[in-house]
Design a protein around this ligand. Structure first.
Ligand code: KG4
Ligand code: ZN
Length: 370
């Protein structure tokens, strides 16, 4: 089965064509289906939005509309399926199914992908599967790389720590494709806090990776003595639930910067390290509690922030003895269309091929996992 998947929920336009082979019926139970990425194309709008300090929705929409047909041509060409583009009288096109993100995200951006996908699905007469972007992030851990991979056997219950620019959630999964949100951020998402702290230090959007680099430099520098005390709070550490809050931490950084005045490179590195430590310690503390409470056998860590090296290292160090830990493969932690293809396929299999009427598919900006 060949799947074309489309992702336009935020500031990346992405289209993938993949082929799934194997005993499809057992795909949900692991080891049976294998995925091969035939073509993957992404157009990142980071440079366009950097000047606005964040994603500017109307600009994102305009870019998606411009990019989608270009990326489609690219993936059809690269996958060698271009010649199948013409439709015979019986219908049918280059792929057997289309998957598209329908939420959560920026609604104007989501609509561009949905409208494009609907037109293609109609033209090629193939099913259209709406995919929850966050389910895509969770299932992105199947993607070990951007070439080919198999669904591994996964033990339940699973706790997923989803950390992205828009979300920070702890999710309990007792059986595939069923989700119970047991904790979430009460204000800023972890990635958003990284980006906002970066902005306070004049680092352009998205500052998460750059803050992480500065923190790493400081960790490797042997911590030369500083005249300023740089200590930040660990928010919600001792609250009894699984919720997070990062806005107080962000404000603490703001006050710290105001107190210091002009920031030199060394001070920026120190703030970055202390901030990253505070976020990572908080995430791990709550995740550990959740793993223990639900006696989880697997931990999935996904979303843009799961690319953070310090988070990966500390999670492996402190939670490895508790359960198996899965991260997305290289290049699959941020937004991508490969994860949307995987999730679309899994939904298709789980619903035994029953597909929604395309007319009922609409963008849902605040879509929740359930
Ligand atoms: O999942 P994602 O690509 O988009 C959303 O769905 O939000 O996540 C993007 C977020 C941004 O806030 C970005 O700064 C953050 O992930 N991020 C990181 C790192 N790489 C990306 N944050 C901290 N450390 C990183 N290495
Ligand atoms: Zn995302």
């Amino acid at each position: 089965m060949k799947i074309l998947s489309i992702e336009t929920s935020c500031d990346d336009t992405a289209i993938t064509i993949m082929e799934v082979k194997g005993k499809i019926k057992n795909a949900l139970h692991g080891g049976q289906a294998s995925f091969k990425i035939l073509a993957d194309s992404v157009d990142s709008q980071i440079k366009i939005h950097a000047g606005y300090g964040g994603v500017f929705p109307m600009l994102a929409k305009r870019e998606h509309i411009k990019n989608l047909p270009i990326l489609l041509e690219k993936v059809l060409k690269k996958s060698g399926l271009e010649k199948n583009k013409k439709i015979t009288r019986r219908g049918g096109g280059p792929v057997d199914m289309i998957a598209v993100t329908y939420g959560p995200g920026l609604e104007p951006s989501l609509w561009t992908g949905i409208v494009f996908a609907k037109e293609l699905a109609k033209k090629w007469n193939v099913p259209l599967i709406p995919v929850n972007h966050m389910e895509g992030h969770i299932l992105s851990v199947y993607g070990k790389n951007k070439r080919s991979f198999k669904i591994p056997k996964i033990n339940f219950p699973i706790i997923s720590l989803l950390v992205s620019g828009g979300h920070t959630e702890l999710i309990l999964t007792k059986e595939w494709l069923k989700y119970e949100i047991i904790g979430h951020t009460l204000d800023d998402a972890a990635g958003e806090a990284f980006d906002k702290v970066a902005r306070m230090m004049d680092i352009p959007y998205p500052g998460g990776p750059q803050i992480s680099k500065l923190a790493e430099q400081e960790r490797n520098s042997g911590h030369r003595v500083s005249t300023i005390e740089i200590k930040l709070p660990r928010p919600m550490m001792y609250s009894k639930n699984f919720d997070f809050s990062f806005s107080g931490l962000k404000t603490a950084v703001l006050y710290l910067i105001r107190r210091i005045g002009k920031l030199d490179e060394k001070t920026k590195m120190q703030i970055a390290m202390e901030f990253e430590n505070a976020v990572v310690e908080t995430l791990i503390y709550k995740t550990k509690k959740a793993l223990e409470k639900y006696d989880a056998k697997t931990l999935i860590v996904a979303g843009g922030v799961s690319a953070n090296k310090h988070l990966v290292k500390e999670i492996n160090k402190s939670l490895k003895s508790k359960c198996e830990i899965l991260f997305p493969g290289k290049g699959l932690s941020g937004d991508n269309a490969i994860m949307i293809g995987i999730a679309g396929y899994m939904q298709y299999i789980n619903n035994k091929g029953k597909v929604p009427n395309p007319a009922t598919i609409k963008a849902i900006g605040n879509l929740k996992l359930k």
